[in-house]
Design a binder for this molecule. Sequence first.
Ligand SMILES: C[S@@+](CC[C@H](N)C(=O)[O-])C[C@H]1O[C@@H](n2cnc3c(N)ncnc32)[C@H](O)[C@@H]1O
Length: 649
Amino acid sequence: MPLGQRAGDKSESRYCGVEVLDFPAGEELPAVLSHSLSSSFDFLLAPLVDPDYRPTPGSVLPVAASDLVLGPAQWSSHIVGKISEWIDLDAEDEQLRLDSEITLKQEIAWASHLSLQACVLPPPKRSSCANYARVVNHILQGLTNLQLWLRIPLEKSEPMDEDHDGAKDNSDMSDTVDSWEWWNSFRLLCEHSSQLCVALDVLSTLPSMNSLGRWFGEPVRAAILQTNAFLTNARGYPCLSKRHQKLLTGFFNHSVQVIISGRSNHNVSQGGVLSGDENHTEDTAVRHALSPYLDYIAYIYQRMDPLPEQERFEINYRDFLQSPLQPLMDNLEAQTYETFEKDTVKYTQYQRAIAKALVDRVSDDDVSTTKTVLMVVGAGRGPLVRASLQAAEETGRKLKVYAVEKNPNAVITLHSLIKLEGWESLVTIISSDMRCWEAPEKADILVSELLGSFGDNELSPECLDGAQRFLKPDGISIPSSYTSFIEPITASKLHNDIKAHKDIAHFETAYVVKLHRIARLAPTQSVFTFDHPNPSPNASNQRYTKLKFEIPQETGSCLVHGFAGYFDAVLYKDVHLGIEPNTATPNMFSWFPIFFPLRKPIYVPSKTPIEVHFWRCCGATKVWYEWAVTAPSPSPIHNSNGRSYWVGL
Ligand SMILES: C[S@@+](CC[C@H](N)C(=O)[O-])C[C@H]1O[C@@H](n2cnc3c(N)ncnc32)[C@H](O)[C@@H]1O
C-alpha cells in the first residue's frame, strides 16, 4: 500500500519495502510476503538462494521458493532479489572467487527467469573490485529488463573527522574515505551501463550535505534505511534526525524508494507486536515488527507539500532531452505560441519594463503632445503588443505600435487579433524579417523576446543588431542586456540517454531539458553578455570565455557529465527576467535550462578545480558553440566548426 497520497506524485518513491534478513527456508516466502503486504509494506528485498549453498557439479540451486509458489505478477511487483552476501569476486582465495562467479551468474539467471525488476548486489568488499565489476559487466551485457542495484553504504569521512566509524568489521575497507568512489570506479568499469544502479545503505551518521548532494545525479533506486539509523522520540517511537529527514525528503523528490532493514530496536506497544522477529509468519493479525518504522516513513512522506500545479504539469518533461527551438530558421507552430502565451509572468515583467521606459521617455507634462513609437520585433501572435498597449494605458502615454514578424502564419493570427481588439488605428503589422525591413520611421522603444534558454542561443544578438538601424540613437531596447550562465553537473541519466544514440553528434549537441535528477556541483558563473542597443554594432558577436569552477571541499570527488546553462535578461533598469537558479523569476515557465554534455564524463578529484572553455562562433549562415574542459583532464573540443549542432541564421 503506498506511503500516502501526494497530489501529483506518481513516482516509485510512494512504495516502501522491507528487507528479509533471514533466509525464508521451507517455502516460507509467500507467508513472509503476505504478512509484509498486510502490514502495508509494498515489496520485499529477499534472498533468492540459500546462503549456505556453494556450487557443486550437478547440484540443484537451493532457491528460496519455486517459481510456482508466487504468481508472475507477485514476483515482479513485490520481490527485489537479494544476491548472496558471501559472494566475493575479488577474494585472494581462488576457489572462493570461482564459486562466487558461478553463484552470482546462477542467481541472476534465476532472477531473470522470475522476471524480477531488480536485484541488489552486495557491496564491494574492498575498494579494489575489478573482478566483481568484470563479472557484473559481463552479466549486464545479457540483461534485458532486470536492473542491478549495487549496494553502497552511505559513508564519507570528512577531512577533519578523527573518529571515523570504527565499527566496520572488514579491515580491507577501513581505509576507505568515500564510498562514492567505490560506486564511481565500479560504474566506470561497467561503462556507465544504464541497468547498473545504486541502493544506498543509510546509516546512523551522515556525511555533509554537499557530499550527499552528489547522489542526486546518480541512478539511486533505493535508500535502505537501517533501523539503527533511527532515534527514539519522547513517546518511545522511532524517528529520524533532522538531517536524515531532509535526506529522506530529497530521496522522495527524486523517485528513490525506501527499504527498511534491520531488527526492531523499538519495542513500542502496538497491539501484540512480537519483538525482534520481523518476519513472523504465523499470525497475520500480528503487526510486523518494523511497522512503527514504516509508520514514521509514511508520516514523513505525507508531511511533504503537494507538488505545485506547474511541477505537476511539467513532470513528464523531467530529464527529457529536447532539441532547442530554431525560431529564426524555422517557423514556430501554433501549439508552441500557445504554450508561450500561457506564461503570464513573462508578459507581466515586460509590461512593467515597458511602463517604466514610457514614463522615462515622456514626462508627465508631455503626455498630451508626444506619441511614442514602439516596435515589437518578433511579435509572434501578439502578446507583447498587448503588453505594450496595456503599459501605455496604465501610464497614460500615447503609443504607436509596429508589430514586425517574419512567420507568415503568425502574421495571420496577428491580423485577426488586431481586428478583434479594434486596434487598427494603433498597430501596424509588418510581415518581414526585422533584419531587412525598411522602416518608415525610427523607434523610441524596441521590444523583443528572442531569447533562448542560454540567452543568445536563438540569435537575438544577430536579429537585434539588424533591427538597430531603425532605433533612434537615444532609443531604448527591451531587453537592454542578457547574460548566459553555466554550472558543472552530475547527470548520469542524461548521459545514458545521449549515449543510447551511439554517435558523437548527440554528445556535441545542446539540449533543452527540465533538469531534475542532477547534482549541481558548483555555483553558476556568467559566460557571455550582450547589450542592446549594441554599443559597437560592427563588432563581431563571437565570444570566448574561460571559467574555473571550485567544487566545495566537503563535496569530495565527483563526476561531471556536462554543464547546465541558464540566462538572465535585464529588460529595463531593475526589471529583469531569467532562469538562473539564484535569481530566477518566480513562477515563470517559458524556459527550461539548457544542457551541454561531455562526450566522456570527467572525474574531478576532491579539491581540484574544473577549467572549462566556451566559444560562441559565427559563420555566414550559422552560429554555434564549441566547448571543452582542460582541467583536471582535457576533453576533446566539442562541436568543432559546428559540425554537430548549430543555429541557422
Ligand atoms: C520566442 S518567439 C516570441 C513571440 C512573442 N513575442 C511572445 O513573446 O510570445 C520569437 C518570435 O520572433 C520571431 N522572429 C524571430 N526572428 C525574427 C526576425 N529576424 N524577424 C522577425 N521576426 C522574427 C519568430 O518567428 C517568433 O514569432
